[in-house]
Ligand binder design. Structure first.
Ligand SMILES: [Zn+2]
Ligand SMILES: [Zn+2]
Length: 130
């Protein structure tokens, strides 16, 4: 049996855990993810939403009709991207307890990738959604 995926925010107020295996592991370069994370890209591990238990406060912001972003209201850490229509939720890779546990399988929305960033990992790249 594999160990659960666990993680949390910078201040420790919000913790999460799931026993699920990742559905996919992607790096998104879209502008919404750049804005929502304040970072050059958003790397996340996607799991079925019903498998995730969250302890602590989470603020939610709907960045589009389809996706809501979850963050710690105390320290502001980006934690989640929730897609209710698809029954899935993304866990921000930087918030995992074992940040290096997973390796992304593809890059998406590279059409809006920041120009300085060179992707040399050999992973599949999609200009938009896969
Ligand atoms: Zn926090
Ligand atoms: Zn994105």
């Amino acid at each position: 049996m594999t160990q659960p995926i666990t993680g949390g925010c910078l201040c420790g107020a919000c913790r999460y855990e799931t026993a699920a295996e990742p559905l996919n592991i992607r790096v998104c370069h879209c502008r919404l993810c750049q804005k929502a994370t304040g970072a050059a890209f958003y790397a996340r591990v996607q799991v079925p939403i019903e498998t995730l238990s969250i302890a602590g406060p989470v603020g939610w912001y709907p960045s589009s009709d389809a996706v809501a972003r979850g963050f710690c209201p105390n320290c502001g850490t980006t934690l989640f991207s929730r897609r209710d229509g698809g029954g899935v939720i993304g866990l921000a890779m930087g918030s995992l307890d074992e940040a290096d546990r997973f390796r992304p399988t593809e890059h998406i929305w590279v059409s809006s990738k920041q120009a300085w960033l060179t992707l040399a990992d050999g992973l599949v790249q999609y200009p938009g959604n896969p």
